[in-house]
Design a protein around this ligand. Structure first.
Ligand code: G3H
Length: 256
């Protein structure tokens, strides 16, 4: 029955939160790998929870990827409900297709919900000296300051090899990823199964260690194929983070 299914999912959520060492896990039915509506359900849960915690004047940091793009897709037009909200990209370009870039997602979110957004135009794969001068740019600094004042951050977790291929990263990136046995990626950091950072794309924006200062950390990642990636990243997530996932990933994570 529906009631049995619901209580079974609640038990899965508690078991997984305990196993991963984070405050809360929210699981939707199905597996994102095999049906696109599952990812949409997962995003709907994220939007619902976000709605509960946001207040007037809040800054929301948002990352890129197909999961975050789905959030912009399903966010209802009355989401703001009178609140002045500002969506800010959590990281500069990581070589994604335009529709999966944080800049695009923030602008779509703002347009759809009649709120505001900021852009963070920084090219990917810059040299060390360019990186330093970009950091000194007033517009970049303004955006970084906004990110540091965010009340919430929404982000995805990618499978390491999938992300390297999708981003057309430099020739030997894939080799490095394979050699170092990276399994997961988030914020441009790549992690091995133990959670060690084994590679990092130098990009401007929120750094991994800064998540702990943000009151609401919402992670959206589903699908059995992402189980290892989720486990590798979550070792860096602050305790108060909430993982939004699906049964496909949850069952795999609990058996591993
Ligand atoms: O950094 C993580 C990726 O952006 C996640 O992308 O949601 O398309 O798997 P995805």
């Amino acid at each position: 029955s529906v009631i049995d299914e619901t209580s079974e999912i609640r038990q899965l959520e508690e078991a997984l939160a305990e196993k991963l060492g984070i405050a809360r896990v929210i699981i939707v039915q199905g597996d994102s790998d095999s049906a696109s509506w599952v990812k949409q359900d997962l995003c709907r849960e994220m939007v619902n929870e976000l709605d509960k915690v946001l207040i007037d004047g809040d800054v929301i940091a948002v990352n890129g990827g197909t999961t975050m793009a789905e959030i912009a897709g399903i966010a209802p037009s009355n989401f703001a409900n009178g609140r002045d909200l500002l969506f800010v990209p959590a990281r500069g370009g990581l070589g994604e297709d335009l529709r999966n870039q944080a800049n695009t997602i923030c602008s779509r979110l703002a347009e759809k919900t009649l709120t505001r957004h900021r852009a963070l135009y920084v090219p990917e794969q810059v040299t060390e000296s360019t990186y330093r001068s970009l950091l000194a740019e007033p517009t970049v600094r303004d955006t970084l300051n906004l990110l540091h004042s965010a009340n919430a951050v929404l982000h995805g977790i990618g499978d390491a090899v999938t992300m390297t291929q999708r981003r057309h990263s430099g020739n030997n990136t894939l080799e490095i990823i394979k050699e170092k046995q990276a399994v997961g990626e988030a914020f441009g950091y790549y992690f091995d199964e133990k959670g060690n950072v084994v590679y990092q794309v130098p990009t401007i924006g929120l750094q991994l260690g800064e998540l702990t200062n943000i009151p609401h950390v919402f992670i959206g990642a589903g699908g059995k194929s992402k189980a290892k990636a989720i486990a590798s990243f979550v070792k860096h997530a602050p305790y108060h983070a909430i993982l939004f996932t699906d049964e496909g990933a949850a069952h795999k994570l609990l058996e591993g």
